[in-house]
Design a protein around this ligand. Structure first.
Ligand SMILES: [Fe+2]
Ligand SMILES: [Fe+2]
Length: 201
């Protein structure tokens, strides 16, 4: 099953059929649906906020490409290409797939678009000074149609108000959620949080 694409999304879905094929082999059915849903949402947000819709679609499509790999495989890939994880990254497995995904796209799929690679790298932690494409992917991952966490409707409303407002809400949500779970928070996330809170206060 796939989300229903519209507008240029239909063309991009056809154009990137080779990537969709790779994803269908690498991901679980649920994650495959999620990836297509994020591609669709990233496309919608790019159109709304004046970003490159094609890049946004592709970033959404590929962002979780390594998420269903065994943790050891993800570490192996990072080692192979000399990526050193920091202390928080080492202790938080959920963060590995973003670093691994960025490396996989560049080194294994020979993707040359640094903007897309960077959006994939920061789609989990966020960071200060994010590009438009990075913000769009980060938020599309929160608001895609397959998401059903408590608070998703508020986030969907926020993303239609403005990107800045939605980034603020998403980062507050993340910091609160990780704190409540007594989980470590990456420096990049805290930098991003500080930035949006400072800007809006
Ligand atoms: Fe992810
Ligand atoms: Fe995701």
């Amino acid at each position: 099953m796939e989300p229903i694409f519209f507008g240029k999304g239909i063309e991009y879905r056809k154009e990137f059929a080779n990537y969709v094929e790779i994803l269908s082999e690498r991901l679980t059915e649920k994650r495959f649906f999620h990836s297509l849903s994020v591609a669709k949402e990233a496309y919608r947000l790019a159109e709304k906020y004046g970003a490159d819709t094609k890049k946004a679609f592709l970033a959404g499509l590929l962002h979780d490409i390594c998420k269903d790999d065994e943790p050891n495989l993800q570490l192996q890939l990072l080692n192979e290409f000399g990526i050193i994880l920091d202390t928080v990254e080492k202790s938080a497995r959920k963060l590995w797939h973003a670093r691994a995904g960025a490396v996989y796209l560049k080194e294994k799929l020979c993707l040359t678009d640094d903007e897309i690679i960077s959006a994939v790298r920061y789609h989990t932690t966020a960071r200060a000074g994010m590009s438009l494409l990075e913000k769009i992917l980060y938020l599309a991952d929160f608001t895609s149609e397959d998401r059903d966490y408590s608070g998703v409707e508020d986030m969907r409303r926020a993303v239609d108000v403005s990107l800045e407002h939605a980034m603020r809400e998403a980062l507050i949500f993340t910091v609160v959620d990780l704190s409540e779970k007594r989980m470590p928070i990456h420096t990049d996330t805290l930098d991003a949080y500080r930035e949006v809170v400072r800007v809006s206060s």
